[in-house]
Design a binder for this molecule. Structure first.
Ligand SMILES: [Zn+2]
Length: 188
């Protein structure tokens, strides 16, 4: 059970989400972290934020996260959907990633920071990825600057409640360097 709590803390996963299973695939050099949520709560409409009962789930999705040591780390979850009378059936906003992204917000944030000082090819190599830089260059950079930063704020705040997100989110033009990392790392 200890690895579940460890990964919950590393990932900043908070209620209603929890780490349901951690699967180490040694041969593939991968750690697969399966996220699940508690039942019986309301899920805010992604458009207006009004809470509604769970409607259903999307099929399981995967997000590439920062490596765990030398192991590629991949999150798995079935995103819930709520049915808003005004906006229809919508996937709820997940605290660890943008709706359209295959990468977690922390991975995107780190890549965006490194892209300030390194080439796309170099960043891809450092993150052991292919084309994340291309993805960020063509998609994430076109998003409002506050989008990924807001998700980073969510992870830093350890909460996915809209009110807290709004209060702690930086202004859209705030540089990424104003954000502390989610974990307080020792200086070497
Ligand atoms: Zn709505």
């Amino acid at each position: 059970m200890q690895d579940l709590e460890l990964y919950r803390r590393i990932l900043g996963i908070e209620v209603p989400w929890h780490v349901d299973a951690v699967e180490l695939k040694l041969d593939a050099g991968e750690v697969h972290v399966h996220l699940a949520h508690r039942d019986g709560r309301d899920w805010p409409c992604a458009e207006c934020g009004t809470g509604y009962k769970l409607y259903d789930h999307q099929p399981e999705r995967r997000w590439r996260h920062l490596d765990t040591c030398q192991y590629r780390t991949i999150l798995h979850a079935e995103p819930p959907r709520s049915a808003c009378p005004e906006h229809g059936v919508r996937v709820v906003q997940l605290p660890w990633a943008e709706p359209s992204s295959r990468f977690t917000a922390l991975l995107e944030g780190l890549a965006m920071e490194w892209l300030k000082a390194a080439s796309q090819k170099a960043v891809d190599g450092l993150l052991h990825l292919t084309r994340i830089s291309h993805h960020l260059a063509t998609e994430a950079r076109d998003r409002p600057a506050s989008t990924s930063l807001r998700l980073l704020a969510v992870l830093n705040a350890g909460s996915s409640t809209p009110a807290l997100v709004k209060r702690r989110a930086p202004p859209a033009d705030a540089p990424l360097t104003h954000f502390a990392p989610p974990l307080h790392r020792a200086r070497w």
